[in-house]
Design a protein around this ligand. Structure first.
Ligand code: F42
Length: 145
């Protein structure tokens, strides 16, 4: 069984390392924005390896909203394919770690409601969607079990 494979992006890898090593008391915001970040632990769809992806913290009650924006890049981030293949994830929000299950949002009305929450939490998401022709994937993560 392959274990944990850290992100090839140094700043992402460093954020995950600091966030986890501090027990969720340091490295919990996006660079100088001061906006909160969560860590999503998921499974590589080809390697089966453990992957850890920091994302902006967007909540809807007990659920988290995961936005595959990756800065408005032309292709989906790889983690989107991992979540589609294996929806069981773990989410760390500061000190709290929870087993969760994700589903991708297809319904337009639901997506519109959640997109508003996402943009309220992190306004650049609107700019990222304007920058790309792909429809940015949105997932809902709900507590498992
Ligand atoms: N990205 C977002 O999309 N949305 C956010 O809200 C967001 C916030 C954020 C906050 C802090 C921070 O530090 C980073 C943040 N990011 C955000 C960036 C995010 O953490 C990811 O780095 C970014 O979305 C890119 O994700 P990615 O999965 O495309 O990452 C690439 C660079 C990556 O790690 N690729 C791996 C690699 O080795 O090239 C592959 C990882 C993988 O899962 N491989 C699969 C496997 O089986 O292991 C197989 C791959 C396949 O072909 O299917």
């Amino acid at each position: 069984m392959p274990g944990y494979i850290p992100s090839p992006r140094e700043w992402v890898r460093d954020q995950v390392e600091l966030y986890e090593r501090s027990g969720g008391t340091e490295g919990t915001t996006l660079r100088d924005t001061g906006l909160p970040v969560i860590i999503v632990t998921h499974t590589g769809n080809k390697t089966g390896a453990i992957r850890k992806t920091p994302l902006m913290r967007v909540t809807d009650g007990a659920n988290y909203i995961l936005v595959g924006s990756v800065g408005g890049a032309p292709t989906h981030p790889v983690w989107v394919h991992n979540l589609r293949a294996n929806p069981a994830v773990e989410i760390r929000d500061h000190a709290a770690v929870q087993a969760m299950r994700v589903r991708e949002v297809d319904d337009e009305a639901e997506r519109a409601r959640l997109w508003k929450l996402a943009v309220a939490a992190y306004p650049p998401y609107a700019e990222y969607q304007a920058r790309t022709t792909r429809r940015i994937p949105v997932f809902v993560a709900a507590p498992r079990g």
